[in-house]
Design a protein around this ligand. Structure first.
Ligand code: PMV
Length: 309
């Protein structure tokens, strides 16, 4: 059989992280410029499946690595297809920075599942793929809302409410974001647990904060759909302030957000779990270079550029 390659993009959460775990809406967009790629090719009959994650310097066979997330993804794929272990080599690569809230794990799982299904002649649709990757996300994150797998598998901007069918949103006018990486790996599990502790201590206050974040996400959806880009920056700033109140910002994130605003960005916020990881800054095309420079000066380990469209 001919070799098959499939990809999946990274993602950023635009609005509503954390509150989304508590049933409020959130908005997320794919980052198409950084992708995970899986290539599947045949191996001799009876040789089984070998997974080669080149960037992680990792080669594992399905039988030896039963507990690994990549092996789990493959097992879920085979269960979905009701097929036995195929004789294939799966080569994985990813340009998505790891552990920074850009969805690298979900994208690798999505690319792997998509490529294996296509190779075996049973292409998987976006909804089934998203459900499968969600199962893998649960192993990584404990209680994920499902937003990461959704935006990555559909590859389109989404308005997401936990437990509901995701709504693909039409972007009225494209806008540009810089993604500044603090360089600090921050497990989502940890900040999700921090918020949960706060919520258990002071449910009234936290529910109020979640409500306000949810309202921002709803307004932001309207602004994105109608192309009212002027409203997006201030909404990002409000959302960031509420995330700070939830206790998930950090000194480094604050420094990057301030640097972006100081260099003329109309709105900036942490994106994803927080505690480190990435922030996003809205930019007009002509501001992008100076905001990027300010982010680097303020200590960003890496700055990516993406267009939400
Ligand atoms: O995976 P991350 O770090 O981009 O963030 C996940 C977003 C949270 O709302 C914090 C958690 C979730 O499951 O939705």
């Amino acid at each position: 059989m001919t070799a098959i390659t499939a990809t999946a993009p990274g993602k950023v959460i635009l609005f509503g992280e954390h509150a989304v775990v508590y049933g409020r809406p959130a908005l997320a967009a794919p980052v198409s410029g950084v992708r995970a790629t899986a290539r599947v090719e045949g191996r001799p009959p009876g040789s089984g499946t070998l997974i080669n994650a080149a960037d992680l310097n990792l080669t594992l066979s399905l039988t030896e690595a039963a507990g690994h997330a990549l092996a789990l993804t493959l097992k879920l794929v085979l269960k979905h297809l009701q097929m036995d272990e195929p004789d294939v080599l799966i080569t994985l690569r990813s340009a998505i920075p790891i552990a920074g809230g850009l969805g690298s794990g979900a994208a690798i799982s999505a690319a792997l599942a998509r490529a294996v299904c296509a190779y075996l002649g049973r292409p998987i649709d976006d909804a089934a793929l998203s459900a499968l990757v969600y199962e893998v996300e649960k192993v990584h994150h404990g209680t994920p809302s499902g937003i990461d797998n959704t935006v990555i598998c559909y590859g389109k901007p989404v308005y997401f409410v936990k437990g509901s069918h995701p709504q693909i949103i039409h972007v009225g006018r494209a806008f540009e974001l810089l993604i500044g990486d603090t360089g600090i790996a921050a497990p989502t599990r940890t900040t999700v647990a921090t918020v949960r502790e706060g919520w258990q201590r002071d449910p009234h206050n936290y529910e109020t904060l979640f409500d306000r974040i949810g309202q921002i996400a709803r307004k932001a959806r309207g602004a994105v759909e109608s192309g009212a880009i002027g409203q997006i920056g201030p909404l990002m700033n409000e959302n960031h302030a509420l995330l700070r109140s939830l206790g998930v910002s950090s000194e480094e994130l604050e420094r990057l957000v301030e640097a972006a605003l100081g260099a003329g960005s109309p709105g900036a916020k942490l994106s994803g779990g927080g505690g480190g990881g990435n922030m996003i800054a809205l930019v007009e095309p002509e501001q992008a270079a100076s905001v990027r420079e300010a982010l680097i000066r303020a200590g960003a380990a890496r700055v990516l550029h993406t267009t939400v469209q």
